[in-house]
Design a protein around this ligand. Structure first.
Ligand code: AHR
Length: 512
């Protein structure tokens, strides 16, 4: 076998063409997730005593970062939390709201923040709210009640209750999740696929009797490693195919046993997972003779050091808003997040909504100290840049033979992960690329002959000699993307250096 000198960058040729269209860039790809878990809501979104809090108790410093991150849609209120939640507890005068046990995270829930506050927060943040209903310990009746409270204009008990709470205008929430991770034995009210499929279908039917145009998400598997994966989707969809628009997917990545090579290749698992879900959905479509193509709502994904979380466990005492899973994300984590976004974009023909889990403090891109500052984690940057600049149409990038890495978890994996978007109206082309290699740089040789007149306007790179470097309250700007002088396009070819363990964005536009 030929020896590879890591000091010599390895070339890989890629071809771009506007004809290689996958699908439109969907704004909902850049969603996030707010759960009543740890300090995501309390001292994350909501902290009335914080110096930046507005008159509603919403942290303005966090709102600013959410806007900067470019988040489009936010799923709420869980997660595992929703399967024990009564939505009525979180509306109306605060002094009359009950304090309850939250069994999912062994916490005290004061209900000081609920649906009305969430919708106010979502409006202030400029994001679309997406709601999950409790199908664990509740059923169709309560889901329909919540829908009536949220979306009906008035003249009924529950819509008038909302109006009495000072919200005259209906919330008009379009996207609804029919429960959460109902395949998981840890879930309150866990069901078999047949039980859940029937319950989801009947809930969807009832909700559509109130509003036929809702977009409904049925629970898929909690991850590809679930023993019931694929059989679960097939059974659930056989019951509910006509009633729902999306099946959900959840997947968290983490480095295991110091295997950085496999970790950096995590998006391979995400890509295969999506392919398997699509195959299962299309099998049910054929079987049910449906003309509808099921979409995927990848409504929980991120890097999550879950093994650490499970080893630490939740506090044994019942406490309000404990610190849970407040991981300090590294450069390597940011590269995996960048690569996950590339995967989601590449699958935009079927993945039409996605939520990074979660938004603030708990498994989050944004951190906020109680009474203190808020800052951007490393993983904030690839998300923010992709959400801001991916526009128009997703383009498949045709890659020549390039270097590969042998990984314990996924076998042989290309070092390069890449996708592009093309905005025909604005004449803008954006390339997002990751080098998964731990030692070797790559030289991306881009064939741009199908894009005459385009030149580089910006090149941003997130990398660091220390792949474990992270941003903390003491050093909130330790890791930031660097802007480099963009290379010149020469006779329809562009050469871009991708350092080892890096995420890169190259933006091009026409000269005029
Ligand atoms: O995001 C944290 C948890 O992960 C969610 O509550 C649950 O849906 C998933 O298992």
């Amino acid at each position: 076998m030929a020896m590879v000198d890591p000091a010599v960058p390895r070339p890989v040729t890629v071809h771009l063409d506007p004809a290689f269209a996958v699908a439109p860039v969907r704004r909902r790809t850049f969603g996030s997730f707010v759960e009543h878990m740890g300090r995501c809501v309390y001292t994350g979104l909501y902290e009335p005593d914080h110096p930046t809090a507005d008159e509603r108790g919403l942290r303005r410093d966090v709102l600013d970062l959410v806007r900067e991150q470019g988040v489009s849609v936010v799923r709420y209120p869980g997660g595992n939390f929703v399967s024990g939640y009564r939505w009525e507890d979180g509306v109306g005068p605060r002094d009359q709201r009950p304090t309850r046990l939250d069994p999912a995270w062994h916490s005290i829930e004061t209900n000081a923040f609920g649906l009305d506050e969430f919708v106010s927060w979502a409006r202030a943040a400029g994001v679309e709210p997406m709601l999950a209903v409790n199908l664990g310990t509740r059923g169709p009746r309560e889901a329909m009640d919540l829908l009536e409270y949220a979306n009906h204009p008035g003249g009924t008990q529950l819509s008038d209750l909302r109006r009495a709470h000072g919200r005259q205008v209906p919330y008009d929430i379009r996207m609804w999740c029919l429960g959460n991770e109902m395949d998981g034995p840890w879930q309150l009210g866990h069901q078999t696929a047949d039980e859940y499929g029937r319950r989801a279908a009947e809930t969807a039917r009832g909700m559509r009797m109130i509003d036929p145009d809702l977009e409904l998400v049925v629970c898929g598997s909690s991850g590809p490693a679930m023993p019931t994966f694929a059989a679960w989707e097939a059974t659930v969809l056989e019951h509910s195919y006509d009633q729902v628009d999306y099946v959900s997917a959840h997947l968290y990545h983490e480095e295991q046993d110091g295997d950085l090579a496999s970790f950096l290749a995590s998006s391979v698992e995400m890509d295969r997972f999506i392919g398997d879900i699509v195959a299962t959905c299309d099998h049910v479509r054929a079987k049910t003779r449906s003309s509808k193509r099921m979409q995927i709502s990848f409504d929980e994904w991120n890097v999550w050091y879950m093994r650490r979380f499970l080893a630490e466990g939740v506090p044994t005492e019942w406490v309000h808003a404990p610190s849970l899973s407040e991981d300090d994300y590294t450069v390597a984590d940011a590269v995996v997040v960048g690569s996950s976004l590339i995967t989601l974009l590449r699958n935009s023909d079927r993945v039409t909504a996605a939520c990074q889990a979660q938004l603030v403090n708990t498994i989050a891109a944004i951190r906020a100290e109680p009474g203190g500052p808020a800052w951007r984690q490393t993983i904030f940057y690839p998300f923010a840049y992709t959400a801001c600049h991916a526009r128009g149409t997703v383009l498949r990038v045709e890659c020549g033979t390039g270097p590969v890495v042998e990984t314990a978890r996924y076998g042989e994996v290309p070092l390069l992960d890449v996708v592009a978007t093309h905005d025909d109206d604005a004449d803008q082309l954006v390339i997002f690329a990751v080098n998964r290699g731990q030692r070797e740089s790559l030289v991306l040789d881009i064939d741009l002959r199908a894009f005459p007149g385009y030149r580089v306007v910006e090149q941003c790179v997130l990398t660091d000699p220390d792949v474990r470097a992270a941003n903390t309250s003491a050093q909130p700007d330790r890791v930031r993307p660097q802007t480099l002088p963009g290379p010149a396009v020469d006779q329809g070819r562009l050469s871009v250096m991708l350092p080892s363990v890096s995420w890169t964005m190259v933006r091009l536009a026409t000269a005029g």
